[in-house]
Design a protein around this ligand. Structure first.
Ligand code: RFL
Ligand code: PHB
Length: 391
């Protein structure tokens, strides 16, 4: 089988890239390890930057988002006995949107189906070949167990942190940076109306807690736990007790409901460079992972794809390879900014170290809510730097 762009991985990065290429008349084939139902059901990120929302709208994917998404002016920052609202709209004129990654993925899967372009789900043994030459290809075994090969002009690895694409870049050329944090998140989805208008990021002596949401009837919570936490030790009652303690504030009560999902998420920072070698490009989690405290992972994947789609369209439609030549360096500038911001939010809000660290964290939190310039710095990063491709 021949196509112009072979895309490994049908997460948000791969699906969005396929959609943007299709809109420019460039065909692609998606090769995904999981089946489509699994891809659509994964519960992950929940916050879209204003720039991500604009990009999805311009790509014709904004209809359900406008109807079901919830626009937030900012976030609440909390520590014992104090809760402060940071109003991004007031500070920098930009908002963020609550619209789950699950919903973005469903919209993209539906668009892919409408476009009628090829996709192989439940593929195994997926490998990229000949990326140094003119005729790269992807080999894999399809859902029926048949060996297959997709020949392409370009191969894009959108296969997440565990995917094989980055290994196709020679070891001698690759640099990676990784930090594993000494804590994890217990993520909880519950059928209960959110107890807050906008997200609450809470510092607490027992550990960080985050109150997020998915809709007017579904809340999303996270609790800081240890990386080797046994989920079986967290009964629903224990979860609600911990949430109530960490979010406690006079005159405020936490509404409780049926917990429908719980899981433990590791926290890590990871960057691999370069994001391009020959005819192979990396986008999204395949190239970088951030801890979720800054709500950046999905937005960064969207930003990579915005930039990469432009570069590939310039190359494949107009014969201009200049944007592809600068893709890695340009994308990495944003990646490192988001890596720093996510590390900073994580370090400021999670309990680690000793009482000295706690005093520094509380001082930093007071500074953020007490100084317009400190608050603006957080707002600019959280609501997102300008998105490439939207000028
Ligand atoms: P994805 O979504 O991981 O998609 C990669 C796709 O590649 C497929 N794949 C393969 N396909 C073919 N062959 C192989 N050998 C393959 N190996 C893997 C996978 O099945 C998958 O479909 O990466 P993408 O598209 O770059 O999107 C990035 C976002 O998904 C990610 O940044 C965020 O979801 C990160 N993240 C979160 N970010 C937030 O901002 N807030 C969150 O609350 C949040 N929660 C999470 C998360 C990531 C998680 N993972 C990866 C463990 C929760 C989890 C559980
Ligand atoms: C979420 O709703 O899943 C979410 C929101 C904000 C974050 C991380 C996760 O920083």
């Amino acid at each position: 089988m021949r196509t112009r762009v072979a895309i490994i991985g049908a997460g948000p990065a791969g699906l969005l890239l396929a959609h943007l290429l299709d809109a420019a008349g460039i065909d692609s084939v998606l090769i995904e390890r999981q089946n489509a139902e699994h891809v659509a059901a994964r519960i992950r990120a929940g916050i879209l930057e204003a720039g991500s929302v604009d990009l999805l709208r311009r790509a014709g994917l904004g209809e359900r988002l406008a109807r079901e998404g919830m626009e937030h002016r900012g976030i609440h920052l909390q520590w014992p006995n104090e809760r402060h609202h940071l109003d991004f709209v007031d500070l920098i004129g930009r908002s963020v949107w609550v619209y789950g990654q699950t919903e973005v993925t469903k919209d993209l899967l539906a668009a892919r189906e409408r476009a009628g372009q090829a996709a192989f789900y439940a593929a195994s043994e997926v490998t990229a070949h000949e990326i140094d030459g003119e005729r790269p290809y992807v080999a894999f075994v399809d859902a029926a167990g048949r060996p297959r090969r997709v020949d392409a002009e370009i191969v894009v690895g959108c296969d997440g942190y565990h995917g094989p694409s980055k290994q196709a870049i020679p070891d001698a050329l690759r640099h990676t940076w990784e930090r594993n944090y000494p804590f994890a998140w217990l993520g909880v989805l519950a059928d209960v109306e959110p107890s807050t208008d906008e997200l609450i990021y809470a510092w607490h002596p027992d550990g960080f807690a985050l109150h997020s949401m998915r809709s007017r009837t579904v809340s999303r919570f996270y609790l800081q736990v240890t990386p080797d936490e046994n989920i079986g030790d967290w009964s629903d009652d224990r979860i609600w007790d911990n949430l109530a303690t960490r979010f406690a504030l006079d005159g405020w009560t936490l509404k409780t409901g049926a917990i429908t999902e719980k899981s433990v998420l590791p926290m890590r920072s990871f960057v691999t460079t370069p994001l391009r070698h020959g005819r192979l490009f990396l986008a999204g989690d395949a190239g970088h992972i951030v801890p979720p405290t800054g709500a950046k992972g999905l937005n960064l994947a969207i930003a990579d794809v915005a930039l990469l789609s432009r570069a590939l369209i310039a190359w494949l439609r107009d014969g201009d390879t200049a944007p592809a030549a600068t893709y890695s360096d340009t994308a990495l500038e944003r990646v490192w900014r988001c890596t720093h911001f996510s590390w900073w939010m994580t370090t400021m809000l999670h309990r680690h170290g000793d009482d000295f660290d706690a005093r520094l964290q509380l001082s930093q939190l007071r500074r953020v809510v007490g100084s317009r310039s400190a608050a603006t710095e957080l707002a600019e990063n959280y609501a997102g730097l300008p998105m490439p491709g939207l000028d």
